[in-house]
Design a protein around this ligand. Structure first.
Ligand SMILES: Nc1ncnc2c1ncn2[C@@H]1O[C@H](COP(=O)(O)OP(=O)(O)OP(=O)(O)O)[C@@H](O)[C@H]1O
Ligand SMILES: [Mg+2]
Length: 160
């Protein structure tokens, strides 16, 4: 039986800052099945890093909790869901605004959601105060058009 997605993976880890790199590298490795460019992979890593850091810093604050990451591939689209069962976001519209942060004293710049939005095609935020937050992000991996122009003399492939 074939599911809706071409491929899917799930991660669950403790909200320790040492796991931020683990999440970003693992999602990037999984998404690399779609043959992304270095820039596309770097965009995905940055967006995952921002969302996971938010779970560690804002959702659980001084406590430790579970962060879940689900990554799905469908056609040429990477869909990433990052969720926590932490304190939730009171005003989602405000949280999305550039420079808005509830932790300005901790050298946060309030740019996490703005960065996610600029590097991914779609960013959705679902959050319930006291229950948790789920961020869903999508990015299409644009296939390079490969034109196989086999030169008669050199027998080389030309990528345009
Ligand atoms: N998972 C989360 N749980 C609870 N609150 C969150 C979560 N993610 C974001 N927020 C809230 O949304 C605000 C904006 O998040 P954003 O990532 O844009 O900025 P920041 O984390 O404060 O700063 P920066 O990401 O630049 O270090 C945060 O200050 C916090 O109040
Ligand atoms: Mg942030």
């Amino acid at each position: 039986m074939r599911g809706l997605y071409d491929n899917e993976m799930k991660l669950e880890f403790l909200s320790k800052s040492s796991n931020e790199a683990f999440a970003r590298i693992t999602v990037a490795a999984f998404a690399s099945q779609l043959d992304p460019t270095i820039e596309e992979i770097s965009d995905i890593k940055t967006a995952v890093s921002e969302a996971v850091t938010n779970c560690i810093i804002h959702a659980y604050e001084d406590e430790e909790g579970i962060v879940k990451v689900v990554t799905r591939l469908i056609n040429n689209v990477v869909e990433i869901e990052i969720s926590d069962s932490g304190k939730g976001i009171e005003n989602i519209e405000l949280a999305r605004k550039p420079l808005y942060t509830t932790k300005s004293n901790l050298e946060r710049s309030g740019m996490g959601f703005t960065i996610m939005e600029s590097f991914m095609d779609e960013v959705n935020i679902n959050s319930v105060v006291g229950i948790g937050t789920k961020i869903t992000m999508k990015k299409a991996i644009k296939k390079e058009e490969v034109q196989e122009t086999i030169s008669e003399e050199k027998n080389t492939k030309l990528i345009v």
